[in-house]
Design a protein around this ligand. Structure first.
Ligand code: 5U1
Length: 682
């Protein structure tokens, strides 16, 4: 055995101490201070060292047991059979290695295909339920795997846990194991409610579930919409089926919930296909998962394989890339939007999370900064899931360095120096400046953007330069620019300058809906602008629309109606509109259509991939004109997906969810069938 270098021994001691601290916070206090991915890394490093220097393994090493001692307040109960934990796979090779080890131990041929029972791995709290003669008599947390806390009274409040098993044939004594979790929607509702009452919000659904289950007063637990999903049995007296799949199906027949995504896979390749399938639908599932679990399906083979330490040799959890990671908060900047709203933005030490490198994350507003209690210099947890923009989830207080600086909202706009106003009833603070260069830049960027006036070649950087050089001071002033004004600006030769002037000229011919959107009225996005153009088809009608007229329009609520009315009451906005019309901005008369009678009314479509004959926006516009609602993401509610070349995850998701898919030819055919409806343009 090789000698243990002093530096390694020291690293071991630190790792064990750190992991033990995190176990205590995670299992006992329900207050983890680091993301799971970081914890996994520490454990991996510890295992690596112990594998190289087995003589260093101590009985109390965190690798030798799961979690920490239960907290005070509930009675401690020993598990008759230990509650095992799972080994993790982080990449494809880990799963292939697992499958190879299983085949080798079972003395199966190299090309033999083992049957695995596959399930999503729920991110909840592991629980053991004991049924005696079909009656629920006890609910215990996993605790350290050997003993947990008796939380029977709380478990009984979980609505999908049967107090009495259905049917017959269940063992006289049956211990069922699974995960208690809080569905995403229930988590959002709890946090919304807590925020409204000024109470502390939960960091994630797992934390909320843990907090709810550890209530000493079961009436509080009962108010949280917890659910349980079962994944195995522990001790039992009597007969059970011979495979994992059939045991779970049997549990379901006795009234216990099992995962609806459970499937059988034959061999490692089908397991990998399952992993990718679940990863694709992960964001559509109503609960949080952090990976998938594969178990050798036959119970006799499970018994033959046995377990090492506290993890079975017949199961593995293949983890998804982390949605949460830690990094350092380098600074907080304040951005000013086109309507003056100030948004604090966290500047971060770049970190790879949720499949992308993140260096900025929104901090939303001052309420959020107060809620997080964040200081510059702090280590923060960043979350990036699905299409959602990266968020700062929490601060790792243990790691706050000396001299970390609290974040203050500025009293004056960092761009124009005007007072920052916090209006009553609004979370957002606003720059009150009437001539703020930051607001002006954002308003012009919006005006020129693709879905507004669509000025080709007028990107964000160019708008900033034009404002900074005082070549423009309003959207209308764009139309007075001449090629020599812009030639010589950053990366702007004579030819590009002329192209830009031509594009600005071309943009004068627009549609009424685009014009409305380009004005940048608060709460008026592209879809609302289209609705407004249909219901108030001339500028005069729109200017004169009262709030009552506006709220009678579909999709326009009282808040948007107030903003629209107030926009057209402000003299400077009317001057801007007048100036644009004087410059020659115009649009064809709006053709009013009845939306109820359009051929795709009531349908939701998604466009993905590259179409040969249409840009993505053209395709969306055509679908909207046929009455469809166009969405950016595929869900079970999507009516159909138009998929061009190189369609990626949205196409896979559509196939996984059995949503109808149209290729470009089928899309063209659809357009041809409804050609009569595609005459004019709003
Ligand atoms: N879906 C699932 N999650 N999960 C967690 N199955 C599963 N099995 C587990 C754990 C801890 O342990 C087995 C060893 C029973």
């Amino acid at each position: 055995m090789s000698e243990v270098p002093a530096a390694i021994q020291e690293e071991l001691n630190t790792l064990r101490e750190t992991i033990n601290d995190h176990n205590y916070r995670y299992y006992t206090l329900d207050d983890p201070s680091i993301p799971d991915a970081e914890y996994d890394r520490l454990m991996r490093r510890l295992r690596e060292i112990e594998a190289e220097f087995p003589q260093t393994i101590t009985p109390d090493s965190p690798t030798q047991r799961v979690g920490a001692a239960p907290a005070d307040g509930f009675e401690t109960v020993s598990h008759r059979l230990p509650m095992l934990s799972l080994d993790n796979a982080f990449e494809e090779q880990d799963l292939l290695d697992f499958d190879r080890r299983v085949r080798e131990r079972l003395k199966e041929a190299e090309d033999a295909r083992i049957d695995y029972c596959c399930e999503p791995k729920l991110d909840g709290i592991a629980i053991s339920l004991l049924y005696r003669d079909g009656y629920l008599v006890r609910g215990v947390t996993r605790g350290d795997g050997s003993a947990g806390e008796d939380i029977t009274a709380n478990v009984k409040t979980v609505k999908n846990i049967p107090l009495k098993l259905r049917g017959e044939g269940y063992p006289a004594e049956l211990e069922v194991r699974g995960e208690i979790y809080l569905p995403k929607a229930a988590f959002d509702a709890i946090n919304k409610d807590a925020a409204a009452k000024g109470e502390k919000t939960f960091v994630n659904p797992r934390n909320a579930a843990a907090g709810s289950l550890r209530q000493l007063d079961p009436r509080i637990t009962a108010k949280r919409a917890l659910e349980m999903c079962c994944y195995s049995v522990g001790y039992f007296e009597g007969e059970l089926p011979g495979t994992q799949h059939d045991i779970l199906t049997q549990l379901q027949q006795w009234g216990l919930k099992i995962n609806s995504q459970m499937k059988l896979a034959s061999g490692a390749q089908e397991c990998l296909d399952y992993y990718h399938h679940i990863m694709n639908i992960r964001d559509q599932l109503p609960y949080e998962i952090d990976g998938v679990v594969f178990k050798v399906n036959r119970i006799d083979l499970q018994q033959e394989l046995g377990f090492v330490s506290r993890a079975p040799r017949w199961a593995i959890a293949y983890k998804f890339p982390a949605h949460e990671e830690m990094t350092e908060l380098l600074a907080v900047d304040f951005q000013v939007g086109r309507t003056g709203v100030m948004t604090p933005v966290a500047r971060l030490n770049p970190v790879f999370v949720g499949g992308a490198t993140v260096s900025n994350a929104t901090l939303h507003n001052m309420d959020e900064i107060r809620r997080l209690g964040v200081h510059v210099g702090d280590t923060v947890i960043i979350r990036r899931a699905g299409d959602v923009i990266p968020q700062v989830v929490s601060v790792v207080l243990d790691r706050r360095p000396e001299g970390a600086v609290p974040v203050d909202f500025p009293k004056h706009c960092p761009f124009c120096g005007s007072d920052v106003l916090q209006l009553e009833g609004e979370a957002a603070a606003r720059c009150s400046g009437e001539n703020c260069s930051a607001q002006l830049k954002e308003a012009i960027k919006h005006f020129a953007s693709r879905k507004a006036m669509d000025i080709d070649g007028l990107g964000d950087r160019l708008v900033e330069l034009l404002v900074e050089k005082e070549l423009i001071d309003s959207p209308a002033s764009l139309y007075s620019l001449k090629a020599p004004d812009v030639a010589g600006l950053e990366r702007m030769g004579d030819k590009s300058a002329q192209n830009l002037i031509n594009a600005i000229e071309v943009s004068k011919q627009t549609t009424f809906a685009r014009f409305i959107y380009a004005l940048g009225i608060r709460e008026v996005g592209e879809a609302t602008a289209k609705v407004l153009a249909q219901h108030f088809p001339t500028l005069d009608l729109l200017k004169q629309a009262t709030e009552e007229d506006l709220v009678e329009t579909p999709d326009i609520g009282p808040i948007s109606a107030g903003h629209i009315r107030s926009f057209f009451q402000q003299e400077h906005n009317l001057e801007t509109i007048g100036a644009l019309l004087n410059q020659g901005v115009s649009w064809p008369e709006v053709v009013v259509r009845s939306t109820e009678t359009l051929p795709l009314s009531g349908q939701t479509a998604v466009v993905t991939g590259t179409l040969a004959d249409y840009s993505r926006d053209e395709a969306k516009d055509l679908l909207t004109r046929l009455g469809a609602k166009v969405s950016g993401s595929v869900s079970a509610k999507t009516s159909f997906v138009v998929a061009g070349e190189k369609a990626g995850s949205k196409l896979t998701k559509a196939q996984d969810l059995d949503v109808k898919v149209l290729d470009e030819d089928a899309f063209k055919q659809l357009l041809e069938e409804h050609q009569a409806y595609l005459g004019g343009d709003a």
